[in-house]
Design a protein around this ligand. Structure first.
Ligand code: ZN
Length: 401
C-alpha cells in the first residue's frame, strides 16, 4: 500500500462551465478569452452590442470601442497571451481597489473573481484549461459553417462572398448523405439523417463523420468559388490531425500553421491562390486496391510439395473480389472516385486489410477509407500475409456487397 499523490495539470469542460470555474466574464465580455487578453470590438453601423474578436480590425469609422487597439490587425502567431502571474496580480489589484475601480479593472481584463481552483496549486489559470475539441469544432464551428453555407446564419446575407449553396443543391446533398449511410459500415458512423431537414438529429459524432468524410466528397464543386471548398478541406485536415493517436513536434508546428492559415482565410485576408494539398500522414503503400467481396472460398490444396511448396496439404482461404477502377489511388490521402469495376479476381484473404465505406455523389462512387493513425481498421491481415501465396505488395480495402 502507498499514498498516491496526484497533481491535476489540465482541466477540460464546456465553455460555460470553464468560464464559471475560472471566475472570468466570459465569451460575451469586452475581454472574453481565457487564454489571451484581446479586446472585442463592436460594429457601430449595426448598433449591435456584441463584441467580436477579428484579427483584422474595422477602421475607426466602423468601430465603436472604448479601448482602441494600436494596430489595424492582430498577428495570430503572437497574440497577447495571458500568464498565471499577471492573472493573480490583476485579481490582487482588484481585491485592493474600491468597488468602482474593481469593476473597471475586472472589465478591462475580463476577470470577475478568483477561480474556484485557487487551492489546486498545480493548475496554471492561463494554460491549464485548453479548449476541448468537441465543443469548439463539432458544436460550434462545423454547425456554424453549415448554417453559413445554407444561408441560415443569424439572418446574415453573404455580402460580397459567394459561399451560399442554393437550397435545391442542398436537397441533393441531403439525399446523398442519407443514401451514403447504406453503404458505410455501421462501425464508422450511425445513421445520418437529412442534413437540411433534421439538423437537430445531428449529434457531435454525426458532424464529425459527415464533415471529415462526406464534406470532401459531397461538397466538391458545389460552391461558386473553389476557395470555399478548399477552406473547408483545410479544416478537415486540421480535424483529422487532432484525431491522431499520436502527434509529432513537426506535426504540431504544421497544425499550428494550418489553424492560423484557416483563421486568416476565414477573414478573407487571403492569398488569391488557394493551393492546398490534402496530404494525410499515413504509411506509404505502393498501391491500394478497393473492391467488393463477391464470395469467400476455402481451398484444400493437394499434398504435392513440388507444386504447392510449404502450403501443400493445407487449406487456403481465398476471396473473390471485384476491383473498383480507382487507379490504385489511396483514399486516405486524396479523393478517390470510380464509376465501374474490373473483372473479378481471386486473392488471398489475408490481402484484405481494411473495411471501407462508399458514398455516391453525382453518379460517381467515392471511397471512404479510414485514416489509420486515428481509427482502427476492421480487418488486419498484415501479420499473416505472405505465407505460401505470393505477396504482390498491394493493400486491398474492401466494402461489403
Ligand atoms: Zn484568445
Amino acid at each position: 500500500m502507498f499514498d498516491l499523490h496526484a497533481y491535476q495539470l489540465l482541466k477540460t469542460g464546456d465553455i460555460i462551465a470553464i468560464e464559471r470555474g475560472l471566475g472570468i466574464r466570459g465569451h460575451n465580455a469586452l475581454c472574453p478569452c481565457r487564454n489571451c487578453t484581446m479586446k472585442g470590438v463592436r460594429i457601430a453601423s449595426t448598433g449591435g452590442t456584441n463584441y467580436y474578436i477579428p484579427l483584422r480590425l474595422p477602421t475607426d469609422g466602423q468601430q465603436q470601442q472604448a479601448h482602441k487597439e494600436p494596430s489595424s490587425s492582430r498577428e495570430p502567431g503572437s497574440l497577447p497571451k495571458r500568464t498565471h502571474k499577471t492573472w493573480v496580480l490583476t485579481l490582487t489589484h482588484m481585491d485592493a481597489a474600491g468597488s468602482g475601480e474593481r469593476e473597471r479593472i475586472g472589465k478591462e481584463n475580463g476577470l470577475r473573481e478568483w477561480p474556484i481552483f485557487t487551492r489546486v496549486g498545480s493548475l496554471d489559470y492561463a494554460k491549464s484549461f485548453p479548449w476541448d475539441w468537441m465543443h469548439l469544432l463539432l458544436e460550434n464551428i462545423v454547425p456554424n459553417l453549415l448554417d453559413l453555407w445554407m444561408g441560415r446564419f443569424k439572418g446574415l446575407d453573404e455580402g460580397d462572398g459567394g459561399y451560399r449553396i442554393p437550397d435545391s443543391i442542398w436537397g441533393q446533398i441531403a439525399q446523398e448523405t442519407e443514401e451514403a449511410t447504406k453503404t458505410i459500415p455501421t462501425e464508422f458512423v450511425r445513421v445520418l439523417k437529412n442534413i437540411t431537414a433534421h439538423r437537430s438529429g445531428f449529434t457531435a459524432e454525426s458532424y464529425c463523420f459527415w464533415f471529415c468524410y462526406l464534406f470532401p466528397v459531397l461538397l466538391r464543386n458545389r460552391f461558386q468559388q473553389q476557395k470555399y471548398y478548399q477552406h473547408g478541406c483545410l479544416l478537415v485536415k486540421i480535424m483529422k490531425c487532432c484525431l491522431q493517436f499520436s502527434i509529432t513536434e513537426k506535426e504540431l508546428d504544421e497544425l499550428e500553421a494550418d489553424i492560423i492559415e484557416w483563421v486568416r482565410k476565414y477573414e478573407r485576408c487571403v492569398r488569391s491562390n488557394y493551393d492546398l494539398p490534402l496530404t494525410l500522414n499515413g504509411k506509404e503503400v505502393d498501391t491500394v486496391w478497393y473492391g467488393r467481396v463477391m464470395s469467400i472460398m476455402a481451398v484444400d490444396l493437394p499434398g504435392d510439395r513440388n507444386v504447392y511448396g510449404k502450403c501443400a496439404g493445407k487449406t487456403h482461404l481465398l476471396a473473390v473480389v471485384q476491383p473498383c477502377n480507382t487507379g490504385q489511388k489511396d483514399a486516405r490521402k486524396e479523393l478517390v472516385a470510380y464509376k465501374d469495376y474490373a473483372q473479378p479476381v481471386a486473392i488471398d484473404l489475408n490481402h484484405i486489410t481494411a473495411l471501407v465505406g462508399r458514398a455516391k455523389s453525382r453518379n460517381q462512387w467515392h471511397i471512404l477509407d479510414r485514416f489509420e493513425d486515428c481509427a482502427l481498421a476492421a480487418f488486419d491481415g498484415h501479420e499473416e500475409r505472405g505465407e505460401g501465396v505470393e505477396d504482390d505488395g498491394a493493400d486491398w480495402h474492401i466494402f461489403e456487397q
